[in-house]
Design a protein around this ligand. Structure first.
Ligand SMILES: Cc1ncc(COP(=O)(O)O)c(C=O)c1O
Length: 380
């Protein structure tokens, strides 16, 4: 996936793999360490966890399985409620439901699209046992109020930092705030292993449980004897090798992303039809995992129509997440009946993101900006 020419399609994401990736992956092939048993897996776990300020890292097959393990190993009583954002990916609700727990939703706040922390406490009941925090698109959730609520109500925190490698909240790494936290290494992330994920925690017992369940829950006393049903959520040595090379460049990737975001901000600032992401809050500077935007109410088109036009102009886009309370699969389970989350509903219909991967060039960004302006002007 190299940079495109002036008339070529601009994909929504292009990973950058031009560091030690080839060398480290080739070493796996040369040494025969291709399964999850190779040395790169542990090295990646140690180095990644350390970078995120955590004691333990457990590498897994993707971010969804990382969330699933993280939630499950908390071992909360069946039927307990877990507060989570309505505006997020299905993996969050799936992790809660698969652990036998009940998701309880909180709407987004309109500026950062993160869970509105002022609405969390009203959702706490005697059944609430945890809060799942999800940092959305580039700015972290405001963690201090969440930590305060968790302390006062004795709740655990699961932190979904899937999009947040290299981001900080008040100077502390995202991924260091949960009792247990999860990352994804999908190719649109700041660190990719193709597919992959990591659970991080400071709690040795939780880490041990994750390791056990990740690998089929073989009994420690006798392989192929099982006290419980585990999963095969292992990451391969080749993927970990890729991750090690990517991790070396994390600081540069963050700089690159911020430069990308600053360019779009500067060029689109005056487009009244768009609500752009804030470049910073009082606790964080945007890392622009993706560069998202919301159509202002004066635009007659919805995001799907604008995205279709951009596609015609050879600009890749993705829609925003779709609210959990509007997910057919969850509604069929009887969840969220008659619940409304107006901010989530608005941004899921009016929001989309434009090409913002690490591999994007300034020339491509210029074409994206021109295309966005063209689509919006045509319709004015
Ligand atoms: C917030 C969030 N959580 C979880 C995931 C799931 O990660 P994966 O695609 O690696 O399963 C993603 C994926 O993009 C995500 O954005």
């Amino acid at each position: 996936m190299s940079a495109s020419g002036p008339d070529e399609f601009i994909p929504v994401n292009q990973p950058v793999l031009d560091g030690h990736e080839r060398e480290y992956v080739l070493r796996c092939l040369e040494t025969g360490w291709i399964s999850s048993e190779g040395p790169a897996v542990q090295e990646f776990e140690h180095k990644f966890a350390a970078r995120m300020g955590r004691a333990h890292g457990i590498a897994v097959s993707n971010g969804s399985t990382a969330l699933e393990l993280a939630t499950k190993v908390l071992d909360l009583p069946t039927g307990s409620e877990v507060i989570m954002p309505s505006f997020t990916i299905i993996s969050c609700a799936a992790a809660i439901i698969r652990a036998g727990l009940v998701p309880v939703l909180v709407d987004a706040e309109p500026r950062t699209w993160n869970m509105d922390v002022d609405k969390v406490e009203a959702k706490v009941t005697s059944k609430t046992k945890a809060i799942m925090v999800v940092h959305i698109y580039g700015l972290p959730t405001d963690m201090e109020p969440i930590q305060d609520i968790a302390r006062r109500h004795d709740l655990r925190i699961v932190e979904d930092a899937a999009e947040m490698h290299g981001q900080t909240y008040r100077g502390r790494p995202c991924g260091s705030f949960g009792d247990i936290s999860a990352f994804s290494f999908y190719p649109n992330k700041h660190i990719t292993t193709g597919e992959g994920g990591m659970v991080v925690t400071d709690d040795g017992a939780l880490a041990e449980r994750c390791r056990l369940l990740r690998n089929l829950a073989h009994s420690p006393a006798r392989r192929f004897v099982h006290e419980e049903l585990g999963f095969n959520y292992r990451l391969t040595n080749m993927q970990a090798a890729l991750g090690l090379a990517q991790l070396e460049r994390l600081d540069q990737s963050v700089i690159r992303k911020r430069r990308m975001g600053a360019y779009y901000n500067a060029k689109l600032r005056d487009v009244a039809e768009l609500e752009l992401p804030p470049s910073k809050t009082d606790y964080s500077e945007n890392i622009y995992w993706v560069y998202g935007m919301v159509l202002s109410d004066k635009v007659r088109l919805d995001a799907a129509q604008v995205m279709e036009e951009l596609q015609r102009l050879k600009v890749g886009t993705r829609p925003f997440f779709w609210g959990m309370h509007e997910q057919p699969v969850l509604r069929k389970m009887g969840l969220f009946k008659d619940e409304r989350y107006p901010i989530t509903e608005r941004v899921s219909r009016r929001g989309f993101y434009i090409p913002s991967g690490l591999g994007i060039t300034e020339e491509q960004q210029g074409r994206v900006v021109a295309a966005v302006k063209q689509v919006l002007r045509v319709r004015r």
